[in-house]
Design a protein around this ligand. Structure first.
Ligand SMILES: *Cc1c(COP(=O)(O)O)cnc(C)c1O
Length: 383
């Protein structure tokens, strides 16, 4: 929990804005909550989705807590290795794995390649054979399950580019079993992100059970099950609900999937979103014709989620207890979409006030760019 009063305003006053500020004790409590929900299952493994936040300090803290890493590029594999994630705990997904990325994974000895097409399967088989080794692979299944989330972040529908259609699983498993440089290890799923409705995960479990039953009837192996990530957080209530509902999430899989399968999870947002805030200053309060704008020194290059997905983050004026007013909170970037929120209620803003954009620890710093030749935002950590 980060109440307004908990932010170190004095420290912030010496720092150039914008920057990311991470509450590492909240991250620690979040990791402990994950551990509490999974400790009774030695065959379960939680992999942290590195793309949510690849800041090295954050990665090291998560690696120290014993999580594995879920990577979607060679760069992320390298970042995970550098942060101390054991190679065997690294899983690698993505529809477009380049040869150098596959080779990096093979050389490092990562735990799993989640293959997304038969074309990719043949390339991995060939590269592994050339090195005289074997590659551990799972099939990423497209379960054709829609998640009730933003259209830009649903991934498990047949129309999405991800995975191999569930009806083709048996023929792909049969082919993997004929390729001596591949070792078939299991099935992988990931239906989307920011999912708060557990019935979406229940629908995934039903699909998984149908598929596993079919494979077993055919005498084919299932291996382990990686159910992906996607658990959402409460962007509207960062102080009341700072830790995601891991109990409801893990209970869903605990109750709906047979215990004989080892389970893997890939959580990103729910681990790191709440612990990060984007801190900026009000540059100008601008009176428009019908509304007033709070113009910040942070922009869409620092935090693109509002512009990209119309995502709503809670915004707070840390410097003011003045009367509440409505503002359109905007950045300085030369795009009309550079808006953090419209009609946002803030304590009265003045030039120089410190503004916190909350729950920005996931898909914030990791998606920052230098658009408009703006410097990348630095990161600072609670003490
Ligand atoms: C992005 C991603 C995740 C993590 O998603 P969150 O919504 O951040 O939990 C997990 N698995 C795969 C394959 C992903 O691409």
């Amino acid at each position: 929990m980060m109440l307004k009063a908990d932010y170190p305003l004095e420290r912030f006053s010496t720092l150039r804005t914008p920057f990311y500020y991470y509450d590492t004790s909240l991250l620690q409590r979040t990791l402990e909550s994950v551990r509490a929900q999974t400790a009774a299952h030695p065959s379960w493994k939680v992999h942290y989705a590195v793309k949510a936040n690849h800041n090295p300090v954050i990665l090291k803290q998560i690696a120290s807590a014993g999580l594995g890493a879920d990577c979607v590029s060679g760069g992320e594999i390298q970042a995970a290795l550098d942060a101390g994630f054991p190679p065997g705990s690294i899983v690698f997904a993505g529809v477009g794995k380049a040869d150098w990325e596959i080779l990096l994974g093979l050389e490092a000895g990562i735990g799993r390649f989640n293959i997304e097409s038969t074309a990719e399967m043949h390339v991995i088989a060939q590269l592994a054979a050339e090195r005289g080794g074997t590659a551990p692979v799972s099939i990423r299944i497209n379960p054709d399950i829609g998640a009730h989330t933003l259209a830009g972040i649903t991934t498990g529908l047949a129309e999405n580019k991800f995975g191999i259609f569930h009806g083709q699983a048996e023929e792909v498993i049969r082919e993997i079993l004929t390729l001596p440089s591949l070792r078939f290890c299991g099935l992988h799923f990931h239906i989307g992100s920011q999912i708060l409705d557990m019935t979406d995960f229940a629908a995934l479990c039903n699909r998984i059970n149908d598929l596993c039953n079919r494979l077993e009837r055919l005498g084919l192996p299932v291996g382990d099950l990686n159910v992906g990530g996607g658990l959402g957080i409460e962007y509207g209530h960062p102080n009341h609900l700072p830790i995601a509902d891991f109990k409801a999430y893990f209970d869903t899989f605990r109750s709906l999937l047979p215990p004989k399968y080892p389970l893997h999870f890939e959580l990103g947002r729910s681990i790191v979103a709440s612990c990060g805030s984007l801190i900026s200053r009000v540059l100008y309060v601008k009176e428009g014709l019908a509304k007033q704008f709070a113009v910040l020194d942070a922009g869409m290059n620092d935090l693109i989620r509002p512009a990209l997905y119309h995502a709503a983050h809670r915004i707070e004026n840390l410097s003011s207890d003045g009367p509440e007013q409505n503002y359109d909170v905007v950045g300085p970037v030369c795009e009309s979409s550079d808006v953090f929120g419209k009609g946002i209620v803030l304590n009265e803003c003045h030039r120089g006030d410190i503004i916190a954009i909350r729950s920005a620890g996931a898909y914030g710093e990791s998606m920052a760019s230098q658009y408009n030749c703006r410097p990348l935002p630095p990161a600072f950590f609670s003490e």
